[in-house]
Design a protein. Sequence first.
Length: 190
Amino acid sequence: MRSYRVLLLRKFPENPTLGFYRHPKLPSSLLGRTLVRFLHVTSPADVVAFYYQENIIRSYEVLFTDTHVYDKKAYYPLEDIRGVHRVDRKLILEIGQLGRTILHQMPVASVLAAELMERVFEMIIRAPKEDAIERAIQMRVGLNPASIQWLELRDEVLRTIDLLHEKYQEGKLSLIEYEMLREDLLRRLL
């Protein structure tokens, strides 16, 4: 499971007036009261950031570990969050699970807090794509166009060989057919 610890430590808002707290400045009294409600978080050391706001009627709590987000109703892996919309003081999260999207409403205490929390979730949603693009750019720095084309061809050949191997494993190709096709593909790289 993908860890978002570094991203949360760098980008999660830190504003105790609005109820946003980030490691290492997590108030132990609030964190202790909050952890009693979240049975799946076993240690205060697991908490990277949290949102806590209390008024006369109720309290609002959202807790972030490096891999999950928790509120009073549910918890979800951060990597499963596909979208977020804000409606007044509520966030509506689109969560991809088992091939379908479910909606989860997450209330917060104020409109400003909802805006900040929406930005946090948008940052989390974009993070995997940004990381993959950044890695691809770093890998290609200093390469000429011919080298880049060869790398793309190599990747395509390797993916095709993997698919052929799956067909062989399923019994759709004989060993001789698999070996001949694989050798033909590998010759293209020379």
